[in-house]
Design a protein around this ligand. Structure first.
Ligand code: NAI
Ligand code: MG
Length: 488
């Protein structure tokens, strides 16, 4: 790569940190997990089990039941019975008490949940401890508060729950996505059949234990495990009233086709390829931090990751140098280590996908720059990666990579960057870095993205709705909007 001019002082990257691993001792993990149906853990009718592994060590953690059609039928039946006989009849303020209780129990067991989340999925303990688990608890608290105030949330409307919700969640924020899905469903009086992703089922199963201890009436929440076939059986089940899905655009399209012509309601939260835009008047160090967080948070396994960086031409060299310096300081390795910035890629399959895109990028003539850090020999790890010399049409610019890979382009004018930012089949999120409020407003109104962050990135709050345009899906989760998705 051509040597970039820089006025950044030469940084010393030799700083060594002593290992600071979180102890696994406070995490109680069974060797085998069954299906959580009607308030009890039940052996699968399928008699089949699969392994969940730790992607940082490639070691097996536990054996997980694989639900087949019969198991799905049982779970839906339990949810329907609980809906008809108990949950839809219970006064809303009583429902709220259970949701508050679950929130508090998540808080009480936060440390254990964080360790398990990190072991099962590979994300740094710093993130599971400070972001995933507290936010999951917050979602339950927030929606518990709404349960008995729905008539104020939707004034002058006659509202009613939908019935049984089938919820299918991905592996990038396992417990948090379970909370996003379950909390608003319960607050609005629906019952649930939830399926976590096959590589990260453990925190959902721990949540099942919490739900069991909370004395939530049996069948209100059923948590069943399995892969795509189990998910499809939920989607196609005739007695389900609503499908809530977060995952790939491909599966989102399959689901949309499957429910077309049925009475099922759906919210689909799919992929993204967010633009993160730096103007020359932005505080550059802050912007660089935001870009780093935007793409390397959770190994880039984030639907709203800022994976397409646009830098105004006059500050391009400076920003590029700062980014190259900054990625050298990122610590890649043991996710349980409290110093780690970038943990393990979630699965071998996802690692292969990312490596495939690195090859595609180089083939397309892009220039790849990776940090020099060492990475563990075992487990799935990828160094933070920057691509320059990319075109709007490059596949690495157009397609969701879902890994620690940033593409960098330049622009001159506001109109140019708006057009470039919108040149994507997705529309989930975007970021703008500038000192000028007027520029922020101009961009936020013209960018086709569900969430636009200004001078920050990847900020989440239960009160704020989240969702996309175009191939990023439809429906909103979070906030008042998230309640509406579970009501007629
Ligand atoms: P996926 O869409 O296959 O998996 C998400 C969930 O859907 C999992 O629980 C899975 O078991 C379930 N599922 C799979 N096939 C299904 C079907 N036919 N019917 C119902 N449920 C089904 O995603 P995958 O293959 O793990 O990842 C592929 C790509 O998808 C990633 O590289 C990334 O680009 C994108 N992705 C986006 C996510 C987001 O947050 N928007 C989350 C996960 C993946
Ligand atoms: Mg796993």
């Amino acid at each position: 790569m051509a040597k970039e001019k820089s006025n950044t002082a030469k940084l010393d990257f030799k700083l060594e940190y002593a290992a600071a691993p979180e102890s696994k001792s406070s995490a109680k993990i069974n060797s085998k997990y069954d299906l959580f149906i009607n308030g009890k853990f039940e052996k699968p009718e399928s008699k089949k089990y699969f392994d969940t592994i730790n992607p940082a060590t490639e070691e097996k953690i536990a054996t997980i039941a694989e639900a087949n059609q019969t198991d799905v039928n049982k779970a839906v039946k339990a949810a329907r019975t609980a809906y008809n006989n108990v949950w839809s009849k219970m006064p809303a303020k009583e429902r709220a008490k259970y949701i508050y209780r679950i929130a508090r129990m998540i808080q009480e067991r936060a440390r254990e949940l964080a360790i398990i989340e990190t072991m099962d999925g590979g994300k740094p303990i710093r993130e599971s401890r400070d972001i995933d688990i507290p936010l999951a608890a917050n979602h339950f608290f927030y929606y518990a508060g709404w349960a008995d105030k729905l008539q104020y949330a939707f004034p002058n409307k006659k509202i009613a729950p939908l019935g049984v919700a089938g919820q299918i969640i991905p592996w990038n924020f396992p417990l948090l996505m379970a909370a996003w899905k379950i909390a608003p469903a319960l607050a609005t009086g629906n019952t649930v059949v939830l399926k976590p992703a096959e590589t990260t089922p453990l925190t959902a199963l721990k949540l099942a234990e919490i739900i069991q201890e909370s004395d939530l009436p049996p069948g209100v929440v059923n948590i069943i495990t399995g892969a795509g076939a189990t998910g499809a059986a939920i989607v196609n089940h005739p007695d389900i009233n609503k499908i809530a899905f977060t995952g790939s655009t491909d599966v989102g399209k399959i689901i949309q086709r499957a429910i077309a012509g049925t009475n099922k309601k759906a919210t689909l939260e799919l992929g993204g390829k967010a633009a993160n835009i730096i103007f020359d008047d932005a505080p550059l160090d802050q912007a660089v931090e935001g870009v780093i967080n935007g793409i390397f948070f959770n190994q880039g396994h984030v639907c709203c990751a800022g994976s397409r960086l646009f830098v105004q031409e006059s500050v391009y060299n400076k920003v590029l140098q700062k980014l190259r310096d900054r990625i050298e300081t990122l610590i890649v390795g043991d996710p349980l280590d409290k110093n780690t910035d970038i943990g393990a890629i979630n699965s071998k399959q996802q690692m292969d996908t990312i490596l495939k895109y690195l090859k595609i990028g180089e083939k397309e003539g892009a220039v790849m720059h990776q940090s020099q850090c060492s990475i563990p020999k075992k487990g799935y790890f990828i160094r933070p990666t920057l691509f320059t010399n990319v075109a709007q049409s490059s596949r690495i610019v157009q397609e969701e990579i879902f890994g620690p890979v940033l593409t960098i382009q330049t622009f001159r004018t506001d109109d140019e960057v708006i057009e470039k930012a919108n040149n994507t089949p997705y529309g989930l999120s975007a970021g703008v870095w500038t000192d000028k409020g007027s520029k922020i407003f101009n961009l936020t109104t013209k960018m086709r993205a569900g969430v636009v962050w200004a001078n920050t990135f990847n900020k989440f709050d239960p009160t704020s709705p989240f969702g996309g345009y175009k191939e990023s899906g439809f429906g909103r989760e979070g906030g008042l909007h998230g309640l509406g998705a579970y009501l007629k």
